[in-house]
Every structure is written in C-alpha cells, then in structure tokens.
Design a protein around this ligand. Structure first.
Ligand code: FES
Length: 102
C-alpha cells in the first residue's frame, strides 16, 4: 500500500482539464473527467511525450506527439502507436485537497 499525498487544491483542475503534478518525485497527469479525478503517469510509453500536454476527451487522453490514446480510468491503451499501458493511481478528494496514492 502506498500513501495518499496531496497533489492539488479542490477546484484547481476543472472538468475536462488536466494538470501536471509531481508526487513523490513522479510526474503524474491529474485528470478531471466530469468532476471525477483520475491520475496516470505523465510519460507516454511510445516515445516519452508529456501526456498532460495532449488532449483529454472524456476518459480518453490523447498523446500530443503521435496520437496514441489511453483510458485515464485505468491506463489502458485505446489506440496505437503506443502498446504498453500507463500506470494509474488511486485518487481521493478530502477537505484538504485532491490526493493521489503512490
Ligand atoms: S510519444 Fe506518445 S504516441 Fe508517440
């Protein structure tokens, strides 16, 4: 079991948006899908693009470089050229903020 670490203030990431956060020396893309938060690795496994600079369309995160896409709910690959899933992390919202378990 990891520990939950505060990554953002409530309201800092609006629905349909994402933000790069650093938690425990890891770069993580914190995504808001219709008010629900998800956290995935920020680095695309294809050639290392920063995924937080891509597009978030519903649950679908599009890589900014070559258009691979991932499901932010679980990190699964939805379309190539990436074939390796990205790590996903549990998220909880408390009075203190949005916390990610790493
Ligand atoms: S670096 Fe992400 S698809 Fe190529």
């Amino acid at each position: 079991m990891g520990q939950f670490i505060k990554a953002a203030e409530p309201g800092e990431v609006q629905p349909g948006k994402m933000k790069l956060v650093e938690v425990d020396r890891r770069e993580i893309a914190l995504c808001n899908v219709d008010g629900q938060f998800f956290a995935v690795d920020n680095i695309c496994p294809h050639q290392g693009a920063p995924l937080c600079e891509g597009e978030l369309d519903g649950n679908n995160l599009w890589c900014p470089w070559h258009g691979a896409s991932f499901d932010v709910r679980n990190g699964a690959v939805l379309s190539p050229p990436a074939y390796t899933p990205i790590a996903s992390f549990p998220v909880r919202v408390t009075a203190g903020g949005v916390e990610i378990e790493v």
